[in-house]
Design a protein around this ligand. Structure first.
Ligand SMILES: C[S@@+](CC[C@H](N)C(=O)[O-])C[C@H]1O[C@@H](n2cnc3c(N)ncnc32)[C@H](O)[C@@H]1O
Length: 323
């Protein structure tokens, strides 16, 4: 009854407002009415109306994260989504970020995109297996950095290939991300299965055309991963679990503070796509600084090195080598 009364008063209030806005923007008003009621009369903030500079500077001053050189379009979209999900308007969001460090961290987690897969883009993993990893296999020690590794599927994909090439004993693998929560998931190596059945399909493509029958390829997959249909999970097996070191690291604000001074391979896939060209350039310079000559940098399928750092690298097959 109380609830009905609340709805009725909301409706009457909006009906009055609707008459006022009739001349100007009547259709828009009714388009947003359901969401206004759902969000307790809080108008949804559209991506274009967000004061992005204010959001970015608040996050920087209050929590030390610097999103000023992230791609504006995708950042606007993410912030608009956060406002909707949190049912806050922008001033309320900013006050809460200033007041509560944990909340600020949660917002950072929500504005970063964490999508990843086991053996994402199978052709790339096939080339890693057949070309890139064999080219560094003779080195006495191999250090590999996955920058922006999210929940770790990329790291485990590589560990599988390294073990199959008998390289595991001489590699040190780091996985880093700005978001410590996804790294917790990475560390545990347990993922949902029902929405990720394509992991196995990706793997089959990596090992396709090698004269192996499907049963043999699948058996290889199950050597590294256990699927529990009942609990709807896929777990990383002990053979590669705990073989990587996961570390919280912000590519923007901690450019120099990493653990090894030289890497034979850096993977930074589907991360710089969210950065503007200035930030991309800074990150590529950091990678150039951390890679040995002729060492390999692998970016995402839709990412490439442009701008002033492009003379530091040479395009080679699926990635870049440091000049
Ligand atoms: C789309 S995921 C890519 C995951 C994986 N590399 C892949 O391609 O499947 C992008 C990751 O970059 C991370 N990221 C965004 N900004 C970052 C920064 N400044 N420093 C480190 N990681 C960052 C996000 O938290 C997210 O987990």
């Amino acid at each position: 009854m109380i609830y009905d009364f609340k709805l009725l008063s909301i409706f009457l209030f909006h009906k009055t407002v609707a008459v006022i806005v009739l001349v100007s923007d009547y259709s828009d008003y009714f388009r947003t009415l359901p969401s206004l009621i759902m969000y307790n009369c809080k108008p949804l903030v559209s991506a274009e109306n967000i004061d992005l500079d204010l959001f970015v500077s608040t996050l920087k001053v209050s929590a030390g994260y610097d999103f000023s050189n992230y791609s504006e379009k995708s950042l606007r979209r993410r912030v608009a989504k956060v406002l909707g999900d949190e049912k806050l308007d922008q001033p309320e969001l900013l006050i809460e970020i200033q007041r509560n460090k944990k909340f600020a961290e949660k917002i950072v987690r929500e504005i970063t995109v964490n999508t990843t897969d086991l053996f994402r883009d199978p052709a790339i993993w096939k080339s890693l297996k057949n070309t890139v990893l064999p080219s560094i296999s003779a080195m006495p020690h191999i250090t590999i950095w996955h920058a922006g590794c999210s929940t770790g599927q990329e790291v485990y994909s590589l560990l599988v290939l390294l073990n199959e090439l008998n390289l595991l004993s001489k590699v040190r693998v780091f996985g880093s991300d700005i978001n410590s929560e996804v790294l917790g998931v990475a560390q545990r190596g347990i993922y949902k299965w029902r929405f990720n059945t394509h992991y196995l399909e990706n793997f089959r493509q990596v090992y396709a055309d090698e004269g192996l029958d499907l049963a043999t390829v699948d058996a290889l997959f199950y050597k590294y991963f256990t699927i529990d249909e009942k609990s709807d999970v896929i777990k990383v097996n002990d053979i590669i679990l705990n073989k990587a070191e996961f570390v919280t690291h912000d590519l923007v604000t901690q450019p120099c503070a990493f653990y090894s001074n030289s890497f034979e391979l850096i993977l930074c896939r589907n991360v710089v796509i969210y950065f503007n060209s200035t930030l991309q350039d800074n990150v590529f310079k950091l990678f150039a600084d951390k890679l040995d000559d002729s060492s390999f940098l692998l970016l995402g399928l839709h990412e490439s090195i442009l701008g002033s750092s492009s003379n530091l690298f040479e395009k080679k097959e699926i990635g870049y080598i440091k000049r």
